[in-house]
Structure formats: C-alpha cells, structure tokens
Design a protein around this ligand. Structure first.
Ligand code: PMP
Length: 395
C-alpha cells in the first residue's frame, strides 16, 4: 500500500511533483535575476489565468484570509456601505473582516444550499448606495456557486465595486475577470492554482485601483497596505528588484511552475475538465441515492461536492474508512449543519483516475458503515458520464 494518501479535500489539494520540486529547490535571493524573472512572469501569467486584460496582480505571503483582509483594508474606509451576499462559513468570515475596517455591512443571507436571489440583490442595491458588493464565488463550506456575471452586472448597474472571493474557484471554475467586468478577485495558492499553502493572490481592476487611490483615510493595516505592495509588483513586472517584505521565494518558484502547467492545459479545457469531474462525481452520488447540500444543480460548484450522510452514517465512521483506502476527504463545515454532510474536492491536478479511486473508496466505506449500495453503482455512473461527454465532444 502506498504511504501517500490522495488529498481529495477542497484545499489544500494534491500538488504536481514538478511544482513540489520547484518549491523544494535551494532558496535563491529575492534579488537574484532568475527569481525576479519568475516573480514577474508569474504576475503576468496570473492575468492569463484570471482572464484579465488590464488587472493589477498581487502576490503576497499569506493564506487566503490575508487576501480577503488586504482587499477589505484597502477598499473599505470607516462608514463605507458594503452589501454582503452571505452563503455560509466564508461569507461570515468576510463580514467580520469588512466590519473590522469600519465597513457598514448589510448582509443578505442565502438559505443553506442556495444563493441569494438576484431580485433581492437588485432590491437592496436600488434602496441604498453601496461602495462594495462582496460575495464568494464557490462557498467551500457547502459547495454552492454564485452566478458571478449576473451579480457583477448588478454591481455595475448600481456603481458598486464587485469583490469576488474566488479562493475555491479561480483556476478551475469558469471565471472571466475582464469580460465579466469583475473589479476585484482574490484567491490563495493551495487550491486550483496548485501550489502549497502560503501565497495570497488578488487582482484589481483599474477602476478599483482608482477608487483605492482616492481614499481619504490611511490604510489601517500596515502589512496589507497596497501603497507598500503595489510598487513591488510593478517593479517585478518591469523585471527590476524591489522590496517591501521578503517574498515567499520558494512558493513563488512553485507558482511560476504551476501557472505554466495551468496555461499549458489552457483555461477553456481546464474549465470543461472541472465540469466533467464534477458531473461524474455528482452522478456517483445520485447513483448512491444520496442528497447534496446545494438545493438545485445550478447552485452546485464544480470544484467541490457536498454530500449528506445517509441515516446512520457519520463523519467519525465514514471518513476513517475512506482514509483506510488511501483517500482523504473532509467533513462538513457550515456551522448549522456541520455534522450532516461530507465534502470531496476535485480540482487542480485531480485526474479522472483519482476521481474513480475516490468514488470507489467512498462506495466501499458507505457499505462498511452499513449503508447498502449496489457494488460499482457509483463507478458505473461516473464512467457513463465520461463516455457521454466523450461521445458528445466527438459527434
Ligand atoms: N474563502 C474561501 C471560499 C475558502 O475556501 C477559504 C479556505 N478554505 C478561505 C476563504 C480562507 O482561506 P485560508 O484558509 O487560505 O485563509
């Protein structure tokens, strides 16, 4: 049996050995011309992955929460009105962060497993002027996906800056920053970008950068201040050394490698591969006659699947049984239903083979835990989905 278990959680994910080798290389100086080239090229490649023509990319040491914090610290001034579409655990976190900087946050809370209705968002925007409209693309805690282009349209119509937490989406879910006119998109290295945890990344539209520059109060967070980081990003793109805080040098080497691998696959292919992985996994769940947390298929993300336990099965029995077969999956996270479901991540390097191994492991574990499934039913449903897609793409 292999000692390495496959990480099928919604981040961190399995990393490509080439990326791990790049992270593991001897550390260079941050002023080394080769590193400045890797950093500069990574910033440029970020635009290609976010499908942004003119965004300002940032790569800063920190986890995804730092990216959330940085965007809030730089775009919110005390008293600014913020409309937050709350889809769960990570929206709760964002509300807390926005308030920390004096944001007057109005929350529209979606039912668990759904998104806030577009009419409700429009009503709120019509009633009051908001500086920011903030939402999560994929709510990792429930596997719910927001309709980014429709929400950004509304933000545009009512002149609010759109801020998208794309931590569980960017690099996997269809995301078109320029075409959709998204103002700010943020993510972290450990998910679909395929680099071990430790990099916070975000992209800011020229309009949002202008709004930032017109601030009337100082940024209340020293480490996150864009006035400190912006020159560093601009210098690196111009292939010149510059320093504010020491970059996470080895992780940037990993990012440089991973972004090349991502772009080699090509974004459109990557979007459709993730859609296929998701359809296949969800077909297995349906074959097992289990429910998902997203209440309708259109609310379901392609990077993660959240599945309700059948009666009598719980995290404490299912997860270790799956792990015995070499696969690591996650329990629930949404505070109100934490113990009612498990989550499987399928993004980044996940191959169809990894997905089938996961389906097999979950199917066996369900059986061991006393839930009767017919042998191979999940695998057959996933395989059928693959064949249907192949047939469709060649006809
Ligand atoms: N937002 C979303 C949607 C996430 O999935 C996560 C991490 N799971 C975060 C925010 C927080 O990121 P981090 O744990 O890297 O700080």
């Amino acid at each position: 049996m292999k000692s390495h278990k496959i990480l099928m959680i919604p981040g961190p994910i399995e990393f490509d050995p080439e990326v791990l080798a790049a992270v593991g290389r001897p550390t260079t100086s941050h002023n080394d011309p080769s590193f400045i080239e890797a950093f500069g090229a990574s910033l440029e490649m970020m635009r290609d992955v976010f499908l942004s023509v003119d965004g300002q990319p940032f790569i800063v040491p920190g986890s995804g929460t730092l990216a959330m914090d940085a965007v809030a610290a730089n775009l919110v001034e005390p008293g600014d009105a913020v409309l937050m579409l709350n889809t769960g655990y990570f929206s709760d976190r964002y509300t807390e962060i926005l308030k920390r900087y004096g944001g007057q946050v109005t929350e529209l809370v979606a039912p668990i497993g759904a998104t806030v209705a577009l009419e409700d968002v429009e009503n709120a925007l019509r009633q009051k002027s908001y500086k920011l409209l903030v939402f999560t693309h994929v709510e990792t805690s429930t596997g719910v996906i927001n309709d980014v282009p429709s929400l950004v349209n509304l933000a545009q119509k009512y002149q609010a800056i759109s801020v998208v937490d794309g931590i569980c989406s960017i690099g996997a879910e269809e995301f078109r920053m320029s075409e959709w006119k998204v103002d700010v998109a943020l993510t972290a290295s450990q998910k679909a970008l395929g680099v071990p945890p430790g990099l916070a990344l975000w992209m800011v539209s020229p309009h949002a950068l202008e709004v930032f520059k017109r601030r009337s109060t100082p940024v209340m967070n020293y480490y996150c201040d864009w006035n400190k980081w912006l020159p560093v990003m601009q210098s690196h793109e111009a292939r010149k050394p510059d320093y504010f805080g020491t970059p996470a040098i080895n992780l940037v080497w990993g990012l440089y490698t991973s972004l090349q691998l991502i772009l080699k696959e090509e974004m459109e292919q990557r979007f459709s591969r993730h859609q296929l992985l998701s359809r296949a996994f969800k077909a297995a769940v349906t074959a097992w006659e289990l429910d998902q947390i997203p209440l309708k298929p259109e609310y379901a993300a392609h990077t993660v699947t959240a599945v309700r336990y059948p009666k009598g099965v719980e995290a404490a029995s299912l997860l270790p049984e799956v792990a015995k077969q070499g696969i690591i999956i996650s329990g629930g996270l949404h505070p109100k239903i934490k113990n009612e479901y498990f989550r499987v991540g399928h993004m980044g390097t996940t191959s169809f083979g990894d997905l089938m191994a996961t389906i097999s492991a979950v199917e066996n574990a369900l059986q061991v835990c006393g839930y009767a499934v017919s042998p191979g039913s999940g695998l057959a449903a996933a395989q059928a989905e693959l064949w249907r897609t192949k047939a469709g793409s060649t006809s």
